[in-house]
Design a protein around this ligand. Sequence first.
Ligand code: SF4
Length: 312
Amino acid sequence: MSNRSPLKSQHRAFLYRSLSSYLRGVFGRALRKVPVDPGFGCPNRDGTIGTTGCSFCDLDSFVPTYARSGKGPADQIMDAFSGKSAQPFIVYLQAGAGTYASPDAFRQVVESVFRIPGSIGLFIGTRPDCVDESVLDVLNPYLGRKLLWLELGLQSSSDLTLDRIGRGHDVEAFIRARSLAMERRIPICAHIILGLPGEGKGEMVSTARFLSEHKVEGVKIHHLQIIKGTRIEEEYHLGRVKPLDHNVYPALVSEFLKHLPPTTVIHRLLSDAPDEMLTAPKWPQRSRVIQSIRDHMTREGSFQGKKWRERL
Ligand code: SF4
């Protein structure tokens, strides 16, 4: 892996540092990210922390069909590639909490995905309160040999909001997990949601500034989607939650990005739950929304880090 910075080659056109440009900088090529379900479940659903989960969550909206088979992660990957030999790819432990397991069970999953030819990286989606020394020890043999990222669900830097959406952990839990990962030099991608109940632009910008202060290496931005059958759908039907309009989203994302350092890797700009699972909001195609964000940023001369620089 080289440490070339893709920022250099993109200097003039830089709006934000996308995951694809980061991966091209590291590997010299685009890579497929293959989501799999490690089958560990979630403590916010199995009764350890809660039984109803986060108010916005439907686990099935996170994973593709092949990952819902109940097979182990390695078999899910083979199904994703229809049994053919794969180009280099990255495995993404998604659905539930990807480190919510004993160290032995977690090790088995990690070893099984890295035994597959072409598997050159592992991104692990998990909850901040499911990260401790014992699971990070499992990753030690791969540090520097494989591309490893921890994707931590934060959603908001406000404890009030986290409580309202039933996360079952506080912001402090994120800070602790971030610090443990930093000691091992494992990069963190924070998952956040724009448009959560009770939050306006000020709260969302505060989250961006929080991520900047804690020097997270990556951010995955979602817009709040109301998924059928979730608790937040009930709030939506009662008029207590109003999803964002796609026309205001480009300005909001642009503002958010301005407060992040230009080096932060932007893994995603919006959510994309399958249409049949979605109650609201019904937005144009993902590619059109991304283009609207880019157009907005270009028009207003905005770029990732614009306001972060002003604070230096
Ligand atoms: S969003 Fe994540 S932490 Fe929350 S219930 Fe779903 S799987 Fe668990």
